[in-house]
Design a protein around this ligand. Structure first.
Ligand SMILES: Cc1ncc(COP(=O)(O)O)c(C=O)c1O
Length: 373
């Protein structure tokens, strides 16, 4: 770092030290058993690659309109209409769900506002809310990771602007049961709050049909993406739908920030949507079962209903200490404090081959045994 270059004050609100420590430790390992990665291990469907390459060759290399290519927006709208019975709102193509989260917060949240975030949470929410000078208000969901309406209700103040829900959840894999979702929406409705529903893992639900917040309330900002469903994390594509005023404001902000999603990749995403991820999802369900069964004998752990994460309690007083021992033993997992105000659990991402998962489980179980669990 160059001495004496002042950074903007807002940079003091962002702290990446937790995760950096993990990666520093991990960098010393020769061939780690990597259970830390939050992206699928399958490849982008061939049809999507072919369509994107074809689009590049045919010259679709210029800006698209800010809100995204009409073909992709129409495909998304048709998909949502199939799922919800009816859909006629505007669609904004975003730079991944991440882009949608940033634009939604910029469009809707003032400095000094409060945003309710169930804990554990996807890291970006906390840091972006802080960055805006707003205040994250955490609602504890331990030990079963259910979002309870009475706890949400208690967290509401006159400054509350928004509730963020993320089902299936990163890092817990928890899927909000329909009744909990309805109760959470009722809290938002009672106080006229916006509800940002991050559904980027909607395709990865294993035990019950996915329940979206969208049909329940007219102040939902629904964010979904292509990164996880089609393994396109590097394509940077997602979409946002919601109240027309919010989507309009997000579009204005996109005009002066991201400009548009990558043009040829938007063409590829349309082709991806024509493929069926069912086989890959079934494969992930089998891995979920493998990991859960492999842990539950020695760890306190909830069976996750979706995504590709599981969030067991670490034996001993500090999850960070347990994770350091795991990393020293060659297994990369993430301490729960990265995703939570507590340092009691750790995240395993099982988007890895069965053999890697099995080796990882063996080491984690041995460490738990040594810790007296
Ligand atoms: C809950 C959640 N939301 C959003 C994202 C960002 O995804 P994208 O690649 O679509 O920006 C992730 C990625 O890990 C995530 O876990």
């Amino acid at each position: 770092m160059t001495e004496g270059i002042p950074l903007a004050d807002r940079m003091t609100h962002i702290d990446a030290s937790g995760i950096r420590k993990v990666f520093d430790l991990a960098a010393r390992l020769k061939s780690p058993i990597d259970l830390s990665i939050g992206q699928p291990d399958f490849d982008v469907p061939d049809a999507a690659k072919d369509r994107a390459i074809d689009a590049i060759r045919k010259g679709r290399n210029r800006y698209t309109v800010t809100q995204g290519d009409a073909e992709l927006r129409e495909a998304v709208a048709a998909d949502l209409a199939r799922e919800f019975g009816r859909f006629d709102g505007p669609v904004l193509v975003t730079s991944g769900v991440s882009g949608g989260i940033l634009l939604a917060l910029l469009a809707a949240v003032n400095a000094g506002d409060e945003v309710i975030i169930p804990d554990p949470y996807f890291v970006m929410y906390k840091h972006l809310v802080n960055l805006l000078g707003a205040r994250p208000v955490f609602v504890d969901t331990y030990p079963d990771f259910r979002v309870r309406a009475d706890r949400l209700e208690e967290a509401v103040t006159p400054r509350t602007r928004m509730i963020i829900l993320n089902s299936p959840c990163n890092p817990t894999g928890a899927v909000l049961p329909a009744e909990d979702l309805a109760a959470a929406v009722a809290v938002a409705r009672r106080h006229n709050l916006l509800l940002m529903s991050d559904e980027c893992y909607n395709a990865f639900t294993y035990d019950s049909p996915f329940a979206s917040a969208w049909p329940l309330y007219d102040r939902v900002i629904l964010l979904r993406g292509f990164s996880k469903t089609y393994a396109m994390t590097g394509w940077r594509l997602g979409y946002a739908v919601g109240p027309a005023e919010i989507i309009q404001a997000m579009t204005t902000l996109q005009q002066y920030t991201f400009v548009c999603g990558p043009a040829p990749l938007q063409a590829g995403a349309v082709a991806a949507m024509e493929t069926d991820p069912a086989q890959r999802i079934a494969d992930f369900r089998a891995r979920r079962d493998l990991v859960y069964e492999g842990l539950r004998g020695r760890f306190r752990v909830e069976k996750p209903g979706g995504a590709f994460y599981i969030f067991p309690q670490a034996p001993g007083a500090s999850a960070t200490a347990f994770v350091s021992r795991a990393i020293e033993a060659g297994v990369l997992v993430i301490p729960g404090g990265v995703f939570s105000e507590r340092d009691t659990h750790f995240r395993i991402a099982y988007a890895a081959g069965r053999e890697t998962i099995e080796r990882g489980l063996e080491v984690l179980n041995r460490l738990a045994r040594e810790a007296g669990a």
